[in-house]
Design a protein around this ligand. Sequence first.
Ligand code: FPP
Length: 251
Amino acid sequence: MIQVPFVKGKSERKKEKPEIPAHIAIIMDGNGRWAQRRKLPRAAGHRQGVESLRAMVEACLDLGVKILTVYAFSTENWKRPKEEVDILMKLLVEYLEKEIAELDRQGVRITPIGDINKLPAPAVRQLKKAVNQTKDNERLILNIALNYGGRAELVMAVKAIAELVKSGELAIDVITEEVVAAHLATAGLPDPDLLIRPSGEYRVSNFLLWQIAYTEFWITDTLWPDFRKEHLLEAIRAYQSRDRRFGGLRL
Ligand code: FPP
């Protein structure tokens, strides 16, 4: 029998030189359960969740991840008791106040995604300051989803495109996927390569609905406040073992 040498396809070649995902998205979930298991108030879970965010930014900088998009407050989170909403907003302000100088020094660009003008004034002020201070940084883009919902984002894009059609600036037959993507909060950025969901929930929860069409998912039972670099590395290793075909065939 003639031995045919194995010719490595693109994906195998990729595995020899595993790639770090350029864009990682995280649904920061499980703060409440983390606190409940320790008989602590939910705020303690959120506070510890900020530590995990801090650790993830550091890890992404280390690993050369270019974009980190985190889900901090959804359009549905307003349904929580006012005290919890207030605590989350306070933590956001504290995080920005405390971290901004170091984030800036490290080359992190902070970009909120979502309708931030509906947030309490101190949060809006801090966010605007952070955006302005870090706008020229290029090492890591940190998208913080705040008052964000994937459906709301799509509605906003549809309205903006409709306005362009109405004013005659855009013809209906040139509305393409690229045109829609250009009207989303993530315009100009590549879609996430990897979506991480801690706390063992198998849901997307209205996060980046358009952008995750071909994103690889990684779900872990680890709760967000316990999530550290070792978990991120585990997620990246799983990602590197996936065969991404984007609906095509493996060549
Ligand atoms: C979900 O856990 C988490 C949130 C709704 C908030 C995420 C916020 C942080 C990690 C901290 C604040 C963010 C910044 C940017 C400073 P959950 O409360 O739904 O947990 P549960 O499902 O266990 O109750």
